[in-house]
Write a protein that binds this ligand. Structure first.
Ligand code: HSE
Length: 430
């Protein structure tokens, strides 16, 4: 057995899970991999805090620099989150020649190009299985198992918290704040759940998947990312009556030589397999030109699943110590052109309005859409239900997102339209 010294930055849900499970499965991991992982230092903001996972007090420190001052630490595990100190630690670790294992999706989505350029320069790999979809091995699958495929599309339910909330709203009739409080209590949401709710946790993950599928880092400022905060019980009900359920879906695809990435509440057919992905579960559907359709399913958040991915990366890192490599966790290339700005992406939509119950209203709305060259594929005027008076639902078959936004601005200004129109995507996933 070979001992590998590791340094842990962060001891929250994931960091504590890594420590606990390295201890619990020490023998199993050693027998299977040939390595014993020795946590030599744990960096946290407050070393004195009482924690539910107990580790020797002497391991704790509040200086990340300590990880780099111990020459026996060969792998730095960055699970502190955020993009400031985590960036400084990651860069310093790479420059010091240490392998980095990270679960930090925001950091990679925002600065992945720079971090991997540095990793190549210093010939130090960075592994990040825990950054996307908790315990599902989607990073290794896209990067290694599907290396021989052109990836046509990746669709994913990528945020466990949002999926948990939508499921609880749908199945138990909970309202949004109650469902969110449950997700926080269960340790699914981030310490600050803002990014779970506003869609950016899934947005960061979609950018990472797109990078692996297409070889470059899409600029977060150019993509459309919306969270589930405007999904209401009424919309879940209307969608169901049309044969759909609502999921927060990450959509990544190559289309006519350009890469399209976005995250939004999306109506998907009830019969599609992704419609039955509920609770904290995530799923990623990958379509490759050789492999066809593949589906990855598993828990997207929580201590056990996410530490599973970190421990897998630790073994990968240990194999990589002192071994010559051609790539360093992500290989950039320019075989897929560039990314298409959100406003130019063509999609199908669910547009829900609240309107005056008077003759001529539909004609005025259809007139605005018609002038913009946007065709309506169906119109439904469901019964009013709690929270939405005189609803009007329009299904739009094909329009650019930019054209939809411009038309919605005009529709909002009509005096027969009340409140803010709601626009969700529709994906046939065929
Ligand atoms: N807060 C995240 C989620 C955890 O709910 O999916 C995993 O990134």
């Amino acid at each position: 057995m070979k001992n590998i010294g590791i340094g842990l930055a962060g001891f929250g849900t994931v960091g504590a899970g890594v420590y606990e499970n390295l201890e619990r499965h020490r023998d199993l991991i050693a027998e299977r991999s040939g390595y014993v992982f020795d946590v030599r230092r744990i960096v946290v903001r407050n070393p004195q805090k009482t924690r539910d996972v107990v580790a020797p007090a002497a391991l704790f420190s509040n200086r990340w620099q300590d990880l780099l001052e111990d020459s026996e630490i060969k792998v730095v595990v960055e699970l502190m989150g955020g993009t400031s100190e985590a960036y400084d630690l990651t860069v310093a670790a790479i420059k010091s020649g240490r392998i980095v294992v990270t679960g930090n999706k925001a950091l990679l989505a925002e600065r992945g190009a720079e971090i991997f350029a540095m990793a190549c320069e210093h010939k130090v790999p960075v592994f990040f299985e825990a950054a996307v979809a908790g315990g599902i091995p989607i990073i290794q699958s896209l990067r290694d198992a599907f290396v021989g495929n052109r990836i046509e599309s990746v669709h994913g339910i990528l945020n466990g918290t949002s999926n948990y909330i939508l499921t609880r709203m749908q199945e138990a009739g909970l309202d949004y704040p109650e469902a969110l409080a449950e997700a926080v209590k269960l340790g699914y949401a981030e310490a600050d759940p803002t990014l779970d709710i506003n869609g950016w946790d899934a947005g960061h993950k979609a950018i990472i998947l797109a990078a692996l599928a297409y070889g470059f880092w899409v600029d977060p400022a150019t993509i459309r990312v919306e969270g589930i905060d405007r999904v209401s019980a009424a919309d879940i009900h209307f969608a169901k009556s049309l044969g759909y359920c609502i999921k927060l879906l990450g959509s990544i695809r190559e289309n006519s030589g350009m890469v399209e990435v976005g995250v939004a509440p999306t109506l998907i057919p009830l019969g599609n397999v992704l419609a039955s992905v509920n609770g904290v579960f995530n799923a990623v559907a990958v379509r490759g030109d050789l492999v066809g359709d593949s589906l990855f399913y598993g828990r997207g958040a929580g201590r056990g699943p996410t530490s599973t991915s970190v421990i897998g990366d630790l073994v990968e890192a240990a194999h990589g110590l002192n071994a010559a490599r051609q790539t360093y966790g992500f290989a950039s290339h320019s075989l897929y052109g560039s990314s298409r700005p959100a406003s130019e992406i063509v999609g199908s939509y669910y547009l829900r309005l609240s309107v005056d119950d008077k003759p001529g209203v539909l004609a005025r709305i259809a007139g605005v859409l018609g002038e913009a060259g946007i065709g309506i594929s169906s119109v439904v005027q469901p019964e009013s239900i709690a929270g939405v008076e005189t609803p009007l639902v329009l299904m739009i078959h094909e329009a650019t997102y930019g054209a939809m936004c411009a038309a919605i601005a005009k529709i909002s200004a009509l005096n027969c339209v009340k409140g803010e129109p709601l626009l969700f995507n529709v994906e046939a996933l065929s």
